[in-house]
Design a protein around this ligand. Structure first.
Ligand code: WT7
Length: 651
């Protein structure tokens, strides 16, 4: 820790780390001088079947084209290239199964598997542009499936394996997927949980309308019995595993769609965020290289995210594999069979770069430092954080206990929409501050502005502003699948005059001009780093016959960042009005959306606070949920409503 006049609590890298780092401070200036030349240089780290002739075409803003005219194959870049350059024996994945089984997969192995899958998907009649839904846990076949899709130009849509059949069906329908790839079941704390069954349920005809899915390809993971629909269902081991392990990758346009990933917005319907190929791969691989100071020859990298979220896409699959990384992939929960699992895994493989979420750091803190202290974690040299603001206390604990008091922490701000890291320290350059994401990475431009779009002045603590991105970036989303109007309205209308992307986050600049992300300013909650909209949970609640009206807010939570708190008005039909009803409603939300969305508290209330125009005053409900004095209630129709809400609280 260094005491500087500017900031009493900044942590510069050691001289030794700085000297060996992949980049030096000059990178910021070089990028600022000529952004497009800078990005071209990063794109040149990839293999292009045909080089582009224009770095950026922004004439159709807000839909960017990057590396115009360029052609590449994303899977070739992530796999073939390393084998062709003589690194076929290098380990790509140290896979650690939850029950204790493990597999080592080299780049040559990965090439054979991906080629087999590509040959079989072709045999199934899938052609470039067709969509494939992938509903799978953290096993190597999930990555193989993603790369096979990328290889064939089939945009994939990963659906997190914790999501419900309803959520899966909604995503399948929206993307009109022709194929679903799944498993018989997944390991969850020592028990096999069915997953194929959820697919069967999701694919049931709705009235006369069958789903768009023609085939379900099933990997056997847990070995339990599954129902089988002849003609539709196919075992991976009888098909893909038997296919030819040689496949020649074709090049696709730089703007060919790579994947769709659904995320929560402010309405009940999830948005299918669309990412394309060349710019996405350029920025994910560049950021993985500079933000984690990744050195392919010596590092063992571990990102603990699930592959079903964007962090898994960008920092387990595409970024690290494009960089020829050796990484750990772990199937299960951090406390199976006990709370030592992560630290044992770090010791076992000699993990050097560890990237996780603040909620998990806080969970580790709760379990106690004696657990990591029982292990040799000295291999760790860089720590990463993502998903929500990291509180300074957790930050310091992370550095001291997991990083031996020396490992730099990169607090990386980005979104499903941005595709790759946007704001983060660089570990060999930045004097980091606990809780601050610091500055945009070289090549990226961001600003903190007020309501009118005027730049917020440094150190103005009163005036927290909005985080905007004022220049296009290579891995930016190219739209919302099937709804370009919503794309414009959601991200580009707020600061339309300036042509800026509005991230939905609040932020402030400190006296040094360093950026602190403060969290969402819209009706999106962040629970353990997962995005859930209030509207989504409200719609699941009112879907229950006992609920007339519902209002949902995110209230701060010590471990999960935010917890979901719901206020419901029951219908006349609701026979039970007490604890059983509350439990049933919690279960209903978990079933409809996912266990992640299960409300922490549900309060049955006689009324909800509304403005004269009928809008629910969430700000006031948040005050109630967090036990604060009420803010301004003067715009309420009936200020008395809070007396009854407070009286109705059952906790
Ligand atoms: C939202 C995006 C980025 C991959 C995982 C989440 C919050 C993310 C940080 C950070 C403060 C952060 C923001 C953002 N967020 N990283 N380092 N500091 N907040 O992706 O589900 O698209 O959520 O997560 O609120 O808007 P996502």
């Amino acid at each position: 820790m260094t005491e500087t006049a500017d900031h009493p609590d900044a942590y510069p890298p050691s001289a030794e780390f700085a000297a060996a780092a992949n980049v030096d401070a000059g990178i910021y200036e070089r990028a600022a001088q000529d952004r497009e030349a800078f990005w071209a240089e990063q794109a040149d780290c990839l293999h292009w079947h045909e080089r582009w002739n224009q770095v950026l075409d922004w004439t159709d803003a807000p839909v960017a084209k990057w590396f115009v005219g360029g052609r590449l194959n994303v899977a070739y870049n992530c796999v073939d290239r390393h084998v062709l350059e003589g690194r076929g024996d290098k380990v790509a994945l140290h896979w650690e199964g939850e029950p204790g089984d493990s597999r080592t997969i080299t780049y040559s192995d990965l090439l054979a598997e991906v080629s087999r899958a590509a040959n079989y998907l072709t045999e199934l009649g899938l052609t470039a542009g067709d969509r494939v839904a992938i509903y799978m846990p953290m096993i190597p076949e999930t990555i193989v499936a993603m790369l096979a899709c990328a290889r064939l130009g089939l945009p994939h849509s990963l659906v997190f394996a914790g999501f419900s059949p309803t959520a899966l069906r909604q995503r399948i329908d929206d993307a009109e997927a022709r194929l679903v790839i799944t498993v018989d079941g997944q390991w969850r704390r020592g028990t096999p949980a069915p997953l194929k069954e959820a697919v069967d349920e999701a694919l049931l005809a709705k009235g006369d309308v069958p789903s768009s899915v023609e085939h379900v390809l099933v990997v056997r993971r847990v070995g339990t019995e599954v129902e089988w629909t002849e003609g539709r269902d196919l075992w991976w081991h009888e098909t893909v595993a038997q296919a030819d392990p040689v496949h020649e990758a074709q090049a696709f346009d730089a703007e060919h769609p790579l994947f769709i990933l659904y995320t929560s917005g402010t309405t009940g319907k999830p948005k299918g965020i669309l990412h394309t190929s060349g710019g996405y791969l350029t920025q994910t691989s560049y950021t993985h290289r500079v933000v984690f100071d990744h050195k392919p020859e010596t590092d063992v990298y571990w990102c603990t995210a699930d592959v079903g979220w964007v962090t898994g896409h960008s920092y387990i699959v595409y970024g690290p594999l494009a960089n020829g990384a050796t990484q750990v992939l772990y199937e299960g929960t951090p406390n199976f069979p006990d709370e030592h699992r992560h630290w044992q895994t770090i010791e076992k493989y000699g993990v050097t770069i560890y990237y996780t979420a603040p909620t998990l750091v806080r969970t580790f803190m709760k379990w106690g430092r004696q657990i990591p202290d029982a292990h040799d974690l000295s291999s760790i040299r860089v720590l990463g954080s993502v998903g929500e603001p990291i509180n300074p206390e957790a930050w310091r604990w992370y550095r001291d206990v997991i990083g031996s008091g020396t490992a730099p922490i990169v607090d990386t701000w980005w979104q499903t929409e941005t595709g790759a890291i946007m704001i983060s320290p660089l570990p060999g350059i930045t004097a980091t501050k606990p809780g601050a994401a610091m500055t945009p990475v070289p090549g990226v431009s961001a600003a903190v502005v007020d309501e009118e779009g005027k730049t917020v002045r440094r150190g103005e603590t009163e005036a927290n502003g909005y985080l905007v991105l004022d220049q296009p970036w290579p891995s930016m989303l190219r739209g919302i699948w099937g709804d370009m109007e919503r794309y414009r309205a959601t991200y580009w209308d707020r600061f339309a005059d300036q042509g800026w992307y509005f991230a939905g986050d609040g932020a402030k600049l400190d006296v040094n001009g360093d950026l602190w992300v403060l969290g969402r300013v819209d009706d999106v909650m962040n629970v353990s780093g997962h995005r859930i909209s209030t509207a989504e949970v409200e719609s699941a609640l009112v879907g229950h016959s006992g609920v007339a009206e519902a209002a949902v807010v995110g209230a701060s939570d010590e471990t999960t960042g935010q917890g979901i708190v719901a206020f419901v008005i029951l219908t006349a039909e609701a026979t039970d009005t007490g604890a059983t009803m509350v439990d049933e409603l919690k279960a209903e939300v978990a079933r409809e959306i996912s266990p992640i969305a299960r409300p922490r508290e549900i309060h049955v209330v006689p009324e909800l606070p509304k403005t004269r125009s009928g809008k629910i005053m969430r700000r006031l409900l948040r005050d109630v949920a967090e036990g604060r004095e009420l803010g301004d209630t003067s715009t309420l129709v009936d200020p008395q409503v809070f007396e009854s809400i407070r009286a109705g609280r059952t906790d």
